[in-house]
Write a protein that binds this ligand. Structure first.
Ligand code: C2E
Ligand code: MG
Ligand code: MG
Ligand code: MG
Length: 288
């Protein structure tokens, strides 16, 4: 009977998927409103040369200043929009806001490099390069090489030839590319070789465990060897302790980022942090 049908799989399943679709729509509406109402902001995490103590730049990391829930990290809200056009709108806002900030710092006499995370869907957009070119034209006093774009290996895999063209076109403008979370994707070494990104960012999971886990240490060493062979630069992510940094320096990796150096912070705090930063003595002593 109809009543029985209502209790069996089909109808229950439909209701559940309807509910999920509604949650998703509500999320989208809510985040679109948040974008319009400027509830998003960028935090900045410094990237340093551990050997010299020089601050190389900072990575822009998005936060949602949620009126009820406080400051939310991207893991809480990006996954819901990653396969929608909203991630592209948000991505354009990130680029705009970061360049504006970079120009403000420049006016204060601080010339920094900023890294920006680019979503896979954003990279695949037809007008991505045009957008960046136009944006840069609005800031004639910024050098394009102050901008670095971070992508996941997997972002390029969807449409390798398009990604390749986008990377090369951006490089012609003077922008650098970094492969984020390197080592966690599924790309083969052939793909890696074909991607003309200048920088590899060793994923934090390998760095975190490398002092206890010989396999992770081997992966870190492998990535460093690979980067030497292919003349790419390397940044280690997730440096939480002095010992992490020391090990990386011994392995020949000077550039790093992590809570042990600084947590992501609001833009206004960065200049004072830079002015006062001193690397641990053991890192300095290990200079070669
Ligand atoms: P990611 O680009 O790999 O950024 C590094 C993440 O690791 C950041 O998390 C950072 O706060 C965190 N982190 C840094 N140092 C340490 C450490 O020593 N230990 C640990 N446990 N974590 C550390 P966050 O800010 O939550 O961002 C997570 C991810 O969200 C980013 O990973 C990036 O993939 C994405 N994301 C952030 N901002 C944006 C954005 O503006 N656009 C896009 N498309 N994605 C973004
Ligand atoms: Mg990143
Ligand atoms: Mg990463
Ligand atoms: Mg990550």
């Amino acid at each position: 009977t109809a009543k029985q049908a209502g209790r069996n799989g089909y109808h229950v399943f439909d209701t559940e998927s309807d509910r999920q679709a509604k949650v998703k729509r509500d999320n989208l509406t809510r985040m679109q409103a948040a974008l319009d109402q400027q509830e998003f902001c960028l935090f900045y995490q410094p990237k340093v040369d551990m050997r010299t103590g020089e601050v190389l730049g900072a990575e822009a990391l998005i936060r949602w200043q949620h009126p009820q829930e406080g400051i939310l990290a991207p893991g809480r809200f990006l996954p819901a929009i990653e396969d929608t056009d909203l991630i592209c709108d948000l991505g354009r806002w990130v680029l705009k806001d970061a360049l504006q900030q970079l120009d403000l710092w420049r006016q204060q006499g601080l010339n920094l490099h900023v890294s920006i995370n680019i979503a896979a869907r954003q990279l695949q957009q037809k007008d991505f390069v045009d957008y960046i070119r136009n944006l840069l034209m609005q800031y004639p006093y910024l050098a394009p090489n102050q901008l670095e774009l971070e992508i996941l290996e997997t972002a390029a895999l969807d449409d390798m030839s398009h990604a390749h063209r986008v990377i090369e076109a951006c490089q012609e403008l003077g922008i650098r590319f970094a492969l984020d979370d390197f080592g966690t994707g599924y790309s083969s070494l052939t793909y890696f070789r074909r991607l003309p990104a200048e920088v590899l960012k060793i994923d934090q999971s390998f760095v975190r465990d490398m002092l206890e886990d010989p396999d992770d240490l081997a992966i870190v060493e492998g990535i460093l060897g690979l980067s030497n062979a292919f003349r790419r630069k390397v940044v280690a992510e997730g440096i939480e302790t002095e010992a992490h940094g020391l090990m990386l320096l011994r392995l020949g990796c000077n550039w790093g980022q992590g809570y042990g150096i600084a947590r992501p912070m609001p833009a206004v705090e960065l200049p004072a942090w830079i002015a006062s930063y001193q690397q641990p003595l053991s890192w300095r002593d290990n200079a070669h």
